[in-house]
Design a protein around this ligand. Sequence first.
Ligand code: PLP
Length: 449
Amino acid sequence: MSLRDIPSVDHLLNHPQAASLISAYGHALCVQAFREQLALTRHAVLEGAPSPDEQTLINQTGDMLNSWLTPTLRSVINATGVIIHTNLGRSPLSRSAREAILSVSSGYSTLEYELQRGRRGKRDMHAEALITRLTGAEAALVVNNNAAAILLALTSLARRKQVLISRSQLIEIGGGFRIPDVLKQSGAKLVEVGTTNRTHLRDFENVIEDRTALIMRAHHSNFKIVGFTTEPSLTELVELGKRHGIPVLDDIGSGALLDTAQFGLGHEPTVQESLQIGSSLVAFSGDKLLGGPQAGILTGEKGLIDKLRRQPLARAVRPDKLCLAALSATLLHYMKGNATSEVPVWRMIAATEDSVEGRAVAWRKYLGQGEIVPGRSTVGGGSLPEETLPTTLLALEVKHPNAFAGRLREVDPPIIARVEEDRVILDPRTVLADQEDDLLTGIELVLKR
Ligand SMILES: *Cc1c(COP(=O)(O)O)cnc(C)c1O
């Protein structure tokens, strides 16, 4: 075999079998795809592979074109039992949040327009009024995500000055987001206080000086320090800050507005608590326990929020209209008191053991196989490390569980399941009710193969 056996792009374009590709994808895209496919083929032939016949080349090119035009960002079914799954897009949105996105994006909107006066308005007002009403904060600011919120706060309040933070809170959240790196980026100087396991209030007191601009506290998020440990409480830090005229920034990460403890979980700090204790600024995500779109939210003292708003960086990290539409709609659920029934992450957290078990049993019945076993769902999203909710799983005994899980990811929509102890595990808690038919059809399809 030699490279000379491989046809030219022109030859393939004029092949009768290529006509359907050209009519489906257009001439220009087909030229590009044939070029790439032929380059791959030449490479393979040089490595010793046999050269494929023309029909095979055209089929391979068809597959390539198809994959080019299939979006890589697609909807999946999350059967993992991890409620706020960062890799799977964190929080699913409520129906009204989805409708708000559709309505605001289908045409023009009041993004920066005051209807009453018929003149320019501010995008700041939409979600921020709701946040202050819900939390009792003086002011609020919405940005692109919590990392941006922290960067903005540090840049605005502590650039070329010092920020005190306990050594035990110099965390990496995941995806490479590290508090010390954000501090460096902001131009603030990090002062590490105390030791990895023990930090006392007096350690903070001892390092305060003229250039100390901010005391920061970061939620441990995704880990727990146990054993011989201590950290000053937020109350102590706030009191210390007040005495020295230094604001306290509390990065609570998940941003719960409701108490997780009412659902048998540990207590995740809420925004309201942090503000009540007296944090000057509280920073949190929009798409973790708030259950909304990706956003970073800063709440707290009006003077500080106004200062942040004036930073040029604030413009660079501002939220778009889709985010503001979904965030406002999500916050309205909390205003109306229906978050646990309307916001999907809270509905999943609040789902009773009986209802989850009922679904697992119904799945088993439909599929005619699998075993009902007790298990644990997790909240995820860096909130409540090691805290779990009792759940009921459907465990499928299949020959090659990892390969089976792989095939579940190939169905449409893809199904993401866990493999444990040589079984494929499905947790009903994170499967949305309207995805159940797709889930069962998908599993059935893979079982039949
Ligand atoms: C998740 C998290 C962040 C980052 O939030 P994003 O919204 O993903 O930018 C920052 N701090 C803490 C404590 C977190 O848990």
